[in-house]
Each structure stands twice: as C-alpha cells, then as structure tokens.
Ligand binder design. Sequence first.
Ligand SMILES: Nc1nc2c(c(=O)[nH]1)N[C@H]1C(S)=C(S)[C@@H](COP(=O)(O)O)O[C@H]1N2
Ligand SMILES: [Mo]
Length: 226
Amino acid sequence: MKWISTAILVILVSVIISSSGCVSSDSDTEGDGSDGIYGDEVETLEYQGVELTPINEQRNNAIKGTQWINEDTYLLKINGMVDTPQSLTYGQVTSYPNVSKVVILDCVEGWGFTAKWTGVPVKTLLDEAGVQEGATTVIFYSEDGYSTAHDLDYLVDNNIILGYKLNDVTLPEDRGFPFQLVAEGKYGYKWGKWITSIEVTDEPYEGYWESRGYNNNADVGGPRFG
Ligand SMILES: Nc1nc2c(c(=O)[nH]1)N[C@H]1C(S)=C(S)[C@@H](COP(=O)(O)O)O[C@H]1N2
Ligand SMILES: [Mo]
C-alpha cells in the first residue's frame, strides 16, 4: 500500500505546483500582456503600413533585471551644463508635445525588433533646461546603475525621443518604465532604460558597455567593438 500514498503525494504536489503560478513566467497568462492587452490599453500591431513586433515577442536585455520605479515619487533630473537644472515628474515629462515613430532596435548580439515608439524629444527637455555654450555630450543614467551617452548633435538632428509608450502601451516595467531612450540608428546598448537623470557635458563619456569594449559611436552596421 506504500505505492498508493506515494502516488497520492505525487499527484497532490503536481496539482499544487501547477496552480501556484511559480512554475513559469512566460506564455499566455491572462492580463500579463501576452494577449496584447495591458490593463485598459490595447497594443497596436501595425502602424503606417509597417508590421510591428508584439511586445511579448520582443527580446530584452538588462544587467540587473527589472527595476521597479514608482510613478508618484519619480523625478527626472536634468543637470550639468545647463542654465536651469530640471527636476520633472512623470506627468510633466509626458505632457510635453509628443512624437511617434516606427524604429528598429538592433542589439549588438544580433537580435532586434520593430516597434512604434511615442515620447518627448530630448531636445524639448534640453531647451527647457537651456544647454550652455560648448556642450557636446549628453549622458543618460539609469536606476540600475547603467549609463550611456550620445553626441548632442545626434540627439537634436535626429529628433531622438525619450520613449514612454511602446506599440501605444505604457512602457512596461520590465522594459524600462518610465522612460527608454529611443536611440534610432544606434545599437541597443545606446537605448538606456529606467532613465533617472540626464547630464550635459563637454567631455567624452563611456557608458556601461562602452567602457567594457563596445564601440562608443555604436552606429548600426558599424563596428561593434573598439
Ligand atoms: N538601464 C539599462 N538600460 C539598458 C540595458 C541595461 O542593462 N540597463 N541594456 C541595453 C541593451 S544591451 C539593449 S540590447 C537594450 C534592450 O532594450 P529592450 O529591453 O527594450 O529590448 O537595452 C539597453 N538599455
Ligand atoms: Mo544589447
């Protein structure tokens, strides 16, 4: 009769495991966005005739996993070579006129995805702060200790945006809420997520991956290292 109690135990344990939700974090759990529904937001999967990659099929990368930022206490700092340093709430950043565009993210490791991004032009924020004469570089710092930098001219000339909507859905936590830099034309490591501060400087800067050997210019199709 020992095998019966063993069998019952095995059945019981598997029932508990399969109903506890601790088995897997992928696939089609209702309401987690895998069905394209995020709270009361519905994901857009085609825009201006371009087919978009669904969020649940977009890969992601993060050195320390998801950062959980509280929208109510969040402040975006803008400092360095500016006349008026800024400290902006989520509501303030997202109430500037926004821009939407379809952009491909290319990770240097060879994967990528196409998405519709909506956000505020970095130039709008910098104009508000008043960039000082001689500034050349803008550094983006993130909640997880990550950082990356861009030439001021690149950001302005390409109307680069600080994105807060992805395929028309509020940028999910695991993807960089509240803001990810949509650094079109640059490898993924130039797309800072969970951005908390922006510093304007006249010095060259090497970010997290750049200081570990990745190319600081990072043009897609250009050299990956050195
Ligand atoms: N804060 C932060 N931003 C980051 C990273 C990171 O680890 N931390 N990884 C970078 C890399 S290497 C890539 S490829 C992209 C991936 O962006 P995604 O998660 O939106 O796909 O995020 C970039 N931004
Ligand atoms: Mo990457």
